[in-house]
Design a protein around this ligand. Structure first.
Ligand SMILES: Nc1nc2c(ncn2[C@@H]2O[C@H](COP(=O)(O)OP(=O)(O)OP(=O)(O)O)[C@@H](O)[C@H]2O)c(=O)[nH]1
Length: 245
């Protein structure tokens, strides 16, 4: 795989962000914690953006990370973007993998903590491809409970719509993932919402795993304690029995 890590200073992607007063005010408005010192550092979150060619994977990634629209279509090789983002008081080192993967070998998904499955609402075939990705995520071993969001992209092109909203909604419902229609052309808000939703799902899933492993440890330790207690009790009873002989 050819991949590049962009640096924010060169291409406005990938840096450790510190926030200006204006940015902090905006983050506060969006519900994010606004003080760098109050943000808790989290482990890296890796997001794979998958979907058929030309559905707008690069446009969506760049809209979220660099707040601008890519009007030109330049078929891209795989790219990795790195940046820190603030979500709900957590400072997340985010890696966005703008993929060129084939549905038949979705290796990028194996390395991801969460997946955005894109199709264009103007292209029925891209919806079928998205469906194939969702089927793989739902059925392949190793992808159990992988946080996933289905994204109907280019929602500004309503007059060219080929995929009904309700059709996609039903698919998302069937496989148990979130679903949004968004446009990278129209602005940042809906695109932010998609990424933030996925990041929240990744954090929640990590939290669940942590809790269940703590529960397992506690159960194991309880069973060790009760075995020890049974042995100690037996030893005491034996001592008492001997002393009364
Ligand atoms: N109208 C509209 N056009 C969009 C939108 N998102 C992307 N495009 C356009 O769709 C074309 C393809 O976008 P890309 O981001 O290059 O698509 P891609 O999925 O990365 O394509 P590959 O690199 O071939 O995989 C570009 O001309 C974009 O400007 C959108 O939300 N609305």
């Amino acid at each position: 795989m050819e991949s590049r890590s962009y640096s924010m200073t060169e291409t406005t992607l990938s840096t450790k962000m510190t926030y200006s007063p204006t940015q902090r005010a905006k983050m506060k408005k969006r519900g994010n914690t606004c003080n760098n010192n109050q943000l808790s550092e989290e482990p890296q979150v890796r997001v794979a953006v998958v979907g058929e060619s030309s559905v707008g994977k690069s446009a969506l990634s760049v809209r979220f990370l660099a707040r601008r629209f890519l009007p030109e279509y330049a078929p891209a090789q795989e790219l990795l973007y790195e940046r820190q983002v603030a979500v709900d008081g957590h400072l997340i080192p985010l890696v966005v993998h703008d993929t060129a993967s084939q549905v038949s070998s979705p290796s990028s998904i194996f390395q991801a903590d969460g997946v955005l499955v894109l199709y264009s609402i103007t292209n029925k075939r891209s919806f079928d491809t998205a469906k194939s990705y969702l089927e793989i995520i739902a059925t392949e071993p190793g992808f159990e409970n992988l946080p996933t969001v289905l994204v109907g992209h280019k929602s500004d092109l309503q007059h060219l719509r080929q995929v009904a909203y309700t059709h996609a909604q039903q698919l998302a419902w069937d496989v148990g993932c979130s679903f949004y229609e968004v446009s990278s052309e129209s602005g940042t808000e809906s695109v932010d919402h998609v990424f933030h939703t996925l990041i929240r799902q990744v954090l929640a899933s990590r939290q669940r795993r942590k809790l269940s492993s703590t529960k397992d440890r506690r159960q194991r330790s309880n069973s060790i304690t009760s075995t020890l207690w049974r042995k100690t009790r037996a030893a005491i009873l034996e001592k008492l029995r001997r002393s009364t002989l």
